[in-house]
Design a protein around this ligand. Structure first.
Ligand SMILES: Cc1ncc(COP(=O)(O)O)c(C=O)c1O
Length: 425
């Protein structure tokens, strides 16, 4: 009765996925029902005790269905989503969390203890930067910043206290890429003869597992803000950490005790709507992103455009190597970063004009939405940098391309650019 997905393509498996598993009897449901029970009938103390005893053990080591006890420990809809995400990333296990930030905190929280050190890329999502600068020092964890686009500098910076190598690729918002294989090799070299391992940890939110599967390149932990491309419709907040079966027990125990679980209602929406439509959405958004990036590149008021799909992208060869979709096609994603020529146009005036006049480009944070979103990271998502360090150069503009016609996205951008021009008309 539990049919095998073996031999089927990932695009098919993310639609049918684990909806037929011993996790839960969905025999009469084509779409899994939305579960909503905080607690579960246990039938006997013996069975309850078995459930507590088995909690946090890697599922495949156990026979049959899990003993569900209480939502915060394990929950069927969330479990189905987790199997789907693990299958997409090509790893042993996945655990979901209440938000992307809860996933960042848990991925590192289960590895670190006071006295440890994290090596992190110089530029990260603003709240991750804030976590590292405002909170980790209070916990006795030192975070040292290194340019992860320079693998030699990372290798040199590793010391006996280093416990995690943390980065995003593409980096939010500049879209710089980090060579996944080089970072994985640095961690594996550092681990020779070492008691407490160094783990490589990537925030894969921008790429999604559709466009990049870091575990295939040797990265240890992969995390996502599900709020973005994977949720895809802008209706749910969530996060996920994908990992090996060795890390799973400690991550499961961390989530149980810190409590940042994803609600089954959010999990259901992501499972039923977000995950199965990822290839369709991203392929369409990539198609439009290339048109928009090419339009911006030719525009006289634009000084710089970054999009991994452009021939001019500085790390084009690396993009071609590691950003690959389920079928091996080039998958440069749906994010664009650009800057206007300050002598010719005001970036702020442009974004404000778009915010107040455009029909299909919306000034809002977040990304990977059906709607095209625009924002100015130095003043918004990355304001935690306070215009310092990698956010010194203000005025960059981030675009998350939605599902609209690229012709219309360009129309709205063109109107904004005309209004922002310093040239008298
Ligand atoms: C790259 C990246 N990681 C993590 C997060 C945090 O995700 P959430 O808002 O779901 O907590 C964000 C949010 O914008 C992000 O862009």
């Amino acid at each position: 009765m539990y049919k095998s997905a073996e031999g089927y393509k990932k695009t098919t498996r993310i639609i049918h996925g684990a909806a037929k598993t011993p996790r839960w009897d969905y025999a009469h449901h084509v779409v899994p029902p939305l579960t909503a029970s905080t607690t579960f009938r246990l039938e006997s103390v013996k069975r309850a005790a078995r459930g507590f005893n088995e909690f946090g053990r890697y599922r495949e080591e156990l026979d049959g269905a899990p003993v569900y006890i209480y939502d915060r420990l394990e929950e069927p809809t969330r479990g189905l989503l987790e199997s789907q995400l693990a299958a997409m990333e090509g790893c042993d296990a996945c655990l979901t969390f209440a938000s992307g930030m809860a996933a960042v905190a848990a991925a590192l929280g289960c590895l670190l203890q006071s006295g440890d050190e994290v090596l992190a890329h110089t530029l990260l999502y603003g709240c991750t930067h804030s976590l590292f600068t405002n909170w980790y020092p209070k916990l006795g964890v030192r975070v040292r910043r290194v340019d992860f686009t320079d693998a030699k500098a990372v290798a040199k910076a590793v010391n006996s206290r280093t416990r995690a190598l943390y980065f995003e690729s593409p980096v939010n918002p500049t879209l710089d890429l980090v060579d996944l294989r080089s970072i994985a090799e640095i961690a594996s070299k550092a681990n020779k003869g070492r008691k407490r391992r160094v783990y490589s940890v990537i925030d894969n939110t921008f790429a999604t597992p559709f466009s990049q599967r870091p575990i295939e390149h040797g990265i240890d932990l992969v995390l996502h803000s599900l709020t973005k491309n994977i949720g895809g419709f802008g209706t749910e907040v969530g996060g996920a950490v994908c990992c090996s079966k060795e890390i799973f027990p400690s991550l499961a125990s961390y989530r149980k005790d810190f409590g940042g679980i994803l609600s089954p209602k959010a999990a259901w929406n992501i499972l039923v709507y977000g995950v199965p439509t990822i290839p369709l959405r991203i392929k369409r958004q990539q198609y439009s992103a290339l048109q928009v990036a090419q339009y911006l590149e030719k525009h006289p008021l634009v000084a710089m455009v970054r999009y991994p799909g452009l021939d001019s992208f500085p790390q084009r060869a690396l993009a071609l190597k590691q950003m690959r979709d389920f079928d091996g096609g080039f998958a440069p994603g749906n994010m664009i970063y650009f800057r206007l020529d300050a002598r010719k146009a005001s970036g702020m005036k442009f974004v404000d004009h778009v915010a107040q006049n455009a029909y299909c480009v919306t000034l809002a944070v977040s990304l990977g939405h059906t709607k095209t979103l625009i924002e100015m990271p130095s003043a918004m998502t990355h304001s935690a940098y306070a215009g310092e360090g990698p956010m010194r150069e203000r005025g960059g503009i981030r675009l998350s391309i939605g599902l609209e016609s690229p012709v219309d996205i360009i129309k709205d951008l063109e109107t904004g650019l005309k209004a922002a021009s310093r040239r008298r008309r």
